[in-house]
Design a protein around this ligand. Structure first.
Ligand SMILES: *Cc1c(COP(=O)(O)O)cnc(C)c1O
Length: 489
C-alpha cells in the first residue's frame, strides 16, 4: 500500500510513497502529512475470523492487509514486544465499569502510558528500516511527559538509532522525569532545559529545519528523524487496539458482531482518535467517536461549532497535561479524508496565517456524522475520579475526561468503549487529591496514599525509579541545545 499527501503534491516529491518512506520523512508537500491511499476492508468477515484470536494474531492479519513494505519477521518481532506487557496474552484488558461503559486500558506497557502501544513496535520497525538502508538516524523528541519515556524505552540499545530527548525542567511529574533521567543506554541522551514545553518543542522544530545542523550531522553520516505522533508508523499500531477492544466486548458476550458502539477517546494530538476513525472506515461497527478534551477545548469547538479558533487562546496547564495541546496535528488527516487535499491545504493555510478557520455548514454536518465532543475541567475530572473509585474503579485524570463526555454525548442503550491512556501511578498527586483531599503532594507521597486508600500495589517499575541512579543531570539553556546534541552524537 502506498501513501499520498494531505495538502496535495508540489511537484518536487513523488506522487505517492511507500510506508517506510512515509515513516522516515513524515513531512509531505506544503507541510502536509502522509495518509494511506486506500484502506483494507476489515468488516464483519474479519471480525468473525478473529473473534477468538489473540491480540498479536489479529494484529498481524491487519498489518498484512495493509500491505506495507516491512518484512514479516520484523513485524513479528515488533508485535512480540506486547508479550512483556502485564498480561502476556492480552496487552489491552477491557473492564466493565458500569452498565454500558467499558474501559479499554492502554497503559499496561513499560512506561505506564498509552504511548507504549505504538512506540514499542514502532522502535523495532524504524530500527530495522535504518539497518536495511545501512543508515544511522538521530531521533529528536520533545516531551511534556509521556512521549519521552516511551521513546527512550523503545529505542534503547537499538541498532542504527540514537535518541536525544528534550524535556522542560520542572514541567513534568517526578515519575515522568525519573523515567527519563534514569534510563541507561549509550545511544540515548536526555536533556532538561530551562523553559516550558513550548520552548522544548520550538527548539526541536528549529533543529529539524536547520540546514547547518543537518549538514553537521551528515559529516558523521547521520540523518535526522522525529518520533512524534504524526508519524504514520505510530498511527498504524493505534488502529489495532480499537478492533481488539470491540472484539473483547464480543468475547465478554456484551455485543454481537455488527452492533455499534461508541469509541470515547481522551484527545490531544488526535492520534488515538484517528486510529479509531480508520478502524471505523475499515468496517468496525462504530456509532460515533466521542472526543473528550480538558480546558484546552479547541476540539470541542471544532466538532460542535465548526470553528478551529486559536486567536484568543494560549495553552492552559491542566490536571490532564498530556492533552494540553492547541494545534492538534492529526485533525488534518480527517479534513483530508472528508474534504480532499485542495480544501485541506486551504484550511491549514488559514490556520497558519490567521490562527483560525471555519468549516462550511455542509462540512460541519459531515464531521458530525462521525464525531461528538465535550470537555471536562479539573474539578469535574476529580469528581468523576472519586465517583468511579467509590464504585471500585481507579482511574487517571485523562480517562476521567471521557466519563464526562460519555454522560453528555452518549445516547442511552448504546455501549461505550472509553480509552484509558495512563495508569494512576503517572498522575498520582491529582488522584490523591481527588480521593483524600490532600493537596500538592510529591509523587512518592501521593503514590503511597493512593496505594493505601485503594488497597493496590505500586508497580515495581515505578517504585524502583525512586532509588535508581540518575544518569542525566544536564539542565541547559535553550541556546545550548544544538551544541549539546552534537557533542552527544
Ligand atoms: C498522549 C496522551 C493523550 C493524547 O493522545 P493523542 O493521541 O495525542 O490524542 C492522552 N492521554 C495521555 C495520558 C497521553 O499520554
Amino acid at each position: 500500500m502506498n501513501f499520498i499527501e494531505t495538502r496535495g503534491n508540489d511537484g518536487s516529491r513523488p506522487y505517492n510513497v511507500s510506508f517506510s518512506q512515509a515513516i522516515l520523512s513524515p513531512i509531505a508537500s506544503y507541510g502536509g502529512l502522509y495518509v494511506p491511499l486506500t484502506l483494507p476492508d476489515l468488516g464483519e468477515v474479519f471480525l468473525e475470523k478473529h473473534s477468538e484470536s489473540s491480540y498479536k494474531t489479529m494484529a498481524m492479519d491487519m498489518l498484512l492487509a495493509f500491505g506495507i513494505d516491512i518484512d514479516k519477521d520484523v513485524l513479528y518481532e515488533a508485535l512480540d514486544l506486547y508479550d512483556d506487557f502485564d498480561n502476556s496474552t492480552n496487552p489491552v484488558p477491557v473492564v466493565k465499569v458500569q452498565e454500558n461503559l467499558f474501559v479499554s486500558e492502554l497503559y499496561h506497557g513499560p512506561t505506564r502510558a498509552f504511548k507504549d502501544m505504538a512506540l514499542q513496535p514502532f522502535g523495532v520497525v524504524l530500527s530495522s528500516i535504518a539497518q536495511k538502508k545501512k543508515e544511522k538516524y538521530l531521533i529528536l523528541a520533545a516531551t511534556s511527559g509521556d512521549t519521552g519515556p516511551a521513546a527512550l524505552e523503545t529505542f534503547k540499545n537499538r541498532a542504527n538509532v540514537q535518541v536525544a530527548c528534550l524535556y522542560p525542567d520542572g514541567g513534568t511529574s517526578d515519575v515522568q522525569r525519573l523515567q527519563m533521567v534514569t534510563e541507561d543506554a549509550s545511544n540515548l541522551k536526555v536533556i532538561g532545559i530551562h523553559g516550558d514545553f513550548d520552548d522544548a518543542q520550538n527548539a526541536l522544530k528549529t533543529l529539524l529545519d536547520s540546514d547547518t545542523f543537518k549538514a553537521k550531522l551528515k559529516e558523521d553520516h547521520i540523518s535526522l528523524s522525529a518520533a512524534n505522533s504524526v508519524n504514520f508508523g505510530r498511527i498504524i499500531f493505534q488502529i489495532i487496539y480499537h478492533i481488539h477492544s470491540y472484539l473483547e466486548l464480543v468475547r465478554m458476550g456484551e455485543v454481537k458482531i455488527g452492533e455499534k458502539v461508541y469509541l470515547n477517546v481522551p484527545s490531544g494530538n488526535f492520534g488515538n482518535a484517528l486510529g479509531g476513525y480508520y478502524a471505523m472506515k475499515m468496517g468496525l461497527p462504530v456509532e460515533k467517536i466521542i472526543i473528550a478534551s480538558n480546558e484546552n477545548n479547541v476540539l470541542t469547538k471544532l466538532i460542535n461549532e465548526g470553528k478551529y479558533d486559536l486567536r484568543d487562546s494560549s495553552v492552559v496547564s491542566t490536571t490532564s497535561p498530556a492533552m494540553d495541546i492547541l494545534k492538534s496535528s492529526n485533525v488534518e488527516r480527517i479534513l483530508f479524508d472528508m474534504f480532499g487535499a485542495a480544501r485541506t491545504k486551504e484550511l491549514m493555510i488559514e490556520l497558519q496565517d490567521n490562527n483560525n478557520y471555519t468549516l462550511s455548514k455542509d462540512e460541519l454536518y459531515t464531521l458530525q456524522t462521525v464525531f461528538l465532543a465535550d470537555f471536562c475541567n479539573g474539578d469535574e475530572g476529580k469528581k468523576y475520579i472519586k465517583e468511579a473509585f467509590l464504585k471500585g474503579y481507579l482511574m487517571d485524570p485523562h480517562t476521567a475526561t471521557c466519563f464526562k463526555a460519555n454522560d453528555t454525548c452518549a445516547k442511552e442503550g448504546v455501549k461505550s468503549i472509553v480509552y484509558s491512556t495512563a495508569e494512576w501511578t503517572k498522575f498520582s498527586p491529582t488522584i490523591a487529591n481527588a480521593l483524600t483531599g490532600e493537596a500538592d503532594a510529591e509523587d512518592i507521597t501521593a503514590l503511597k496514599s493512593i496505594a493505601k486508600e485503594a488497597n493496590v500495589e505500586i508497580p515495581d517499575m515505578i517504585n524502583a525509579l525512586f532509588s535508581k541512579e540518575v544518569i542525566y543531570d544536564t539542565i541547559i539553556n535553550k541556546e545550548d541545545i544544538e551544541k549539546e546534541i552534537l557533542s552527544f552524537v
